[in-house]
Write a protein that binds this ligand. Structure first.
Ligand code: LLP
Length: 423
């Protein structure tokens, strides 16, 4: 397939037997398109990071909770997390059993924790107050405790989840208070977990934080330590968003080799026979998803060129929320060569901050073009909204035969009215 700017998706046959323009015509835009082959590849790559018998990948479904994708992820042998009753429900819709779900809570209500206790393998709490609540709800039961390793990492301050400047986790200084609560409610410490933040491109901080957690476990008195069945190091594995600049990938073989060596040596040394989890979200799904949109109007305001599309921040909020970069492909009606010019790609939302791509040199985009926003599979649809009463888009999956399958229909106006009491 030859388009104005499409060498990346051409090379991986992203759209199977369809072309993006045909998909946009057939299914309408905005449209999330996922590629099953790429999704399975990522799952296998992550599962292959370590051959330690206790190692597994706990997919963090906040990145994308479509049950059709979750079913594929389950087929690939991953387990899943949940952090709300809604996520639990999606896990269950996809066929995950309670034994395959870890509930990683943050400031949950008593009722939510109660739900989580009955429908997941383990519930992680990340404050003394929630540990106390869980103890009252489930005396004599099992619990997982989330620690704050004091080492954070991430692409933006809003997604760094460890260190003093975040709301997450219990600090290692409070270990004695944790033990006191375990004692008070006769709880079994069945797991420990952490998450340093989202999107690191080098292994160092992750491995340093993993060491922190292993040392912390060593310092837990054996009466509790020997009951631990899951040590979960969290997610945050980054993907290269700058596809057209050949941004290097996170070196997964290197990370995997070092991680594997560490957990293998540690479990031997400690006689640990439980599980080691990693908890990636983005790495699993980001690259298998592309958001298609259509250009409706192009104009110049002063010296700025605005390419007006149907890709408002209600469908992809990452650029507006984190100044996140997504590469863009351009699927024009013809292959005519177009010179690069500086452009802003904007959406259809009533806010001047509704900018998907700011002042970027790209081949000249014109009305009628279809655009592909790359690496939109993670935190794309899952963070979408009905702002301006826009409808959430459809999602389709290019299956292993290269055929498009609808995995979520586009919303309708009736969907917008669903929750209002009828007159
Ligand atoms: N585990 C926990 C406890 C988390 O809070 C998160 C993400 C993950 C795992 C998965 O992290 P990942 O591997 O996807 O980096 N909306 C932001 C990312 C927010 C991440 C929140 N927590 C974005 O679009 O960049």
């Amino acid at each position: 397939m030859s388009h104005t700017r499409s060498t990346y998706t051409d090379a991986c046959a992203f759209y199977g037997h369809s072309s993006p323009r045909n998909l946009a015509d057939a299914w309408g835009t905005p449209l999330y398109v996922y590629n099953e082959n790429l999704l399975r590849q990522r799952c296998r790559e992550l599962k292959g990071l370590s051959s330690h018998p206790g190692f597994n990948v706990n997919y963090s479904i906040k990145a994308n909770a479509n049950p059709a994708l979750l079913r594929i992820i389950r087929e690939e042998g991953l387990v899943v997390d949940a952090m709300s009753p809604g996520e639990l429900y999606m896990d269950e819709l996809a066929g995950f059993t309670p034994q395959e779900i870890v509930y990683i809570s943050n400031n949950n209500s008593e009722e939510e924790l109660h739900t989580a206790l009955t429908r997941s393998r383990l519930v992680s709490v990340d404050s003394l107050a929630q540990l106390d609540l869980l103890g009252r709800l489930n005396p004599g039961g099992k619990v997982m405790v989330r620690f704050n390793p004091g080492i954070g990492a991430g692409h933006h301050a809003k997604v760094i989840t460890a260190g003093k400047a975040t709301k997450f986790g219990i600090s290692a200084d409070s270990l004695h208070d944790v033990f006191a609560l375990l004692d008070r409610y006769n709880l079994t410490l069945a797991g420990v977990n952490q998450h340093i933040g989202s999107l690191f491109m080098e292994a160092e901080s992750y491995l340093a934080a993993a060491d922190f957690l292993l040392h912390l476990v060593e310092s837990i008195p054996s009466q509790w330590r020997q009951e631990i069945e899951i040590i979960d190091f969290g997610g945050g594995f980054g993907i290269p968003y700058h596809k057209y600049e050949q941004q290097p990938r996170l070196d997964m073989p290197d990370l995997g080799a070092r991680f594997h060596a560490r957990i293998t040596q540690w479990s031997k040394q400690q006689g640990y026979v439980g599980h080691f989890f990693i908890e990636p979200g983005r790495y699993v799904v980001a690259e298998c998803g592309i958001l298609l949109g259509r250009v409706h109007a192009v104009k110049n305001n002063g010296d700025k060129r605005y390419v007006g599309t149907d890709l408002g921040f209600n469908v992809l909020v990452r650029p507006v929320m984190y100044d996140a970069f997504h590469d863009v492909e351009i699927y024009g009606a013809s292959d005519a060569l177009r010179a690069p010019i500086r452009q802003n790609i904007v959406g259809n939302i009533c806010e001047s901050g509704d900018i998907l791509v700011g002042e970027r040199m790209l081949p000249e985009i014109t009305t009628g073009d279809v655009l592909g926003i790359l690496d939109a599979g993670a935190y794309g649809f899952s963070m979408s909204s009905n702002y301006n009463q826009r409808l959430r888009p459809a999602e389709i999956l290019i299956d292993l035969d290269g055929q498009p399958q609808c995995i979520r229909r586009r919303e309708t106006l009736e969907d917008l009215a669903r929750c209002f009491p009828t007159a």
